[in-house]
Design a protein around this ligand. Structure first.
Ligand SMILES: [Zn+2]
Length: 377
């Protein structure tokens, strides 16, 4: 039996992906600059390449692209496939460089495989399953905006835009086969320390340094890898006016993450407590603004969505691995909105850096996993 021929039975691995078309699509996606706000350029690559498949497209008011692809010989609840269309910076003038082992940037920008590898995999998987003529469930495609700047598209997404309540998010930095079943919650803080300005040379005793306050607070905060499931970071600090002025104000931004919401609560209290104590020590004040960036989630190993992911990975000839991550993704927001969302390893390497690259093998593997998701749903 020829490996090129799609077998009509659902017995196994029978949808053939077109590796050249996949690479061509991936390069076309990479070549458009799509920082948050410019995702229309990605939409303009996706739509023409997916004509003739029966997909009904629409955009929601936030710029997310939603496609409904009817089932073939099957009905029922669709599954949702998601990837995000934006990338981090710098991307202007991105020139993808194809080498033997994968696709790289030219070193002056990120590659943007995060998450255009996910977009390309979904596009090719749909086309390959369509071409195979095999039965498949209805599929909903959701391509989001602004993931990397703060899950903007998925936070704004109205879950009634889709019928599916199982979503597969192609956006984990794991090797292909990785299935994220545990992800952290994240709390963000902006501390504004307030002291009193004074001439630093003439009458420093009349001043209260907000910078010294901030320094003491930071020194008392549990930071870095706080424990096995908890991390914290001082991301930015600004303050002061001049060499010769005791600083009246300093602003410190801190994030904390934990796989446990209860543990995150304690970590948040520790960080805020350190800030208040330092302000009190100096006779100054601190304003604390906090917000929950996203909430921790955990999926059961035998959740139907997780089991479908496992089955698809196995059908693609790979080994499923359930992992916990320290990162955030659109899966956080969809899970919060009642759409069970499984984030899957895409296999991109060194994301958010100019050395980011996408191995050819991983791109093909994640595409095969996606075809199996569509076939087995
Ligand atoms: Zn991403």
């Amino acid at each position: 039996m020829s490996g090129d021929v799609a077998r009509p039975d659902a017995g196994g691995g029978s949808v053939v992906i077109d590796a050249d078309r996949l690479l061509d699509t991936f390069l076309a996606l990479l070549s458009v600059d799509s920082y948050y706000g410019d995702e229309e350029r990605v939409v303009a690559v996706i739509k023409p390449r997916m004509e003739g498949l029966g997909i009904v497209w629409r955009s929601d008011p936030h710029g997310n692209l939603i496609g409904a692809w009817p089932g073939r010989e099957r009905d029922g609840e669709p599954i949702v496939l998601n990837a995000h269309m934006d990338t981090v910076r710098p991307t202007p003038g991105m020139v993808p460089v194809v080498k033997d082992d994968g696709v790289y940037s030219d070193g002056s920008s990120v590659l943007g495989a995060d998450d255009k590898a996910g977009v390309a995999a979904i596009m090719e998987a749909v086309r390959a399953v369509h071409a195979s003529g095999q039965p498949h469930a209805p599929i909903e495609l959701v391509f989001t905006v602004g993931e990397d700047v703060g899950h903007i598209g998925s936070k704004a997404f109205d879950p009634s835009e889709v019928r599916g309540r199982r979503c597969f998010v192609l956006d984990a930095g794991e090797a292909v086969g990785g299935v994220v079943t545990r992800a952290p919650g994240q709390r963000r803080f902006e501390f504004t320390f307030r002291g009193t300005a004074a001439h630093a040379g003439v009458e420093p005793e009349l001043g209260v340094s907000a910078i010294a306050m901030a320094a003491r607070a930071i020194d008392r905060m549990p930071l870095g890898r706080v424990d096995a499931i908890t991390t914290a970071n001082v991301g930015t600090i600004q303050g002061g006016q001049a060499y010769n002025i005791v600083a009246p104000e300093a602003v410190v931004n801190v994030e904390c993450r934990s796989l446990s919401e209860a543990r995150l609560e304690r970590q948040a209290a520790d960080v805020a407590g350190a800030a208040r104590q330092a302000a009190a020590d100096f006779g100054g004040a601190v304003d604390i603004e906090t917000h929950t960036f996203y909430t921790a989630y955990q999926l059961d190993d035998d959740d139907p969505a997780v089991r479908l992911a496992d089955a698809a990975i196995e059908a693609a000839g790979l080994e499923p691995r359930h992992v916990s991550t320290g990162g955030g993704s659109d899966a956080h927001e969809f899970n919060e909105k009642g759409i069970t969302s499984v984030c899957l390893g895409v296999g991109y390497v060194d994301v958010h850096t100019v050395t980011e690259f996408m191995p050819h093998e991983a791109l093909r593997d994640v595409t095969r996993v996606t075809t199996e998701l569509i076939r087995l749903a």
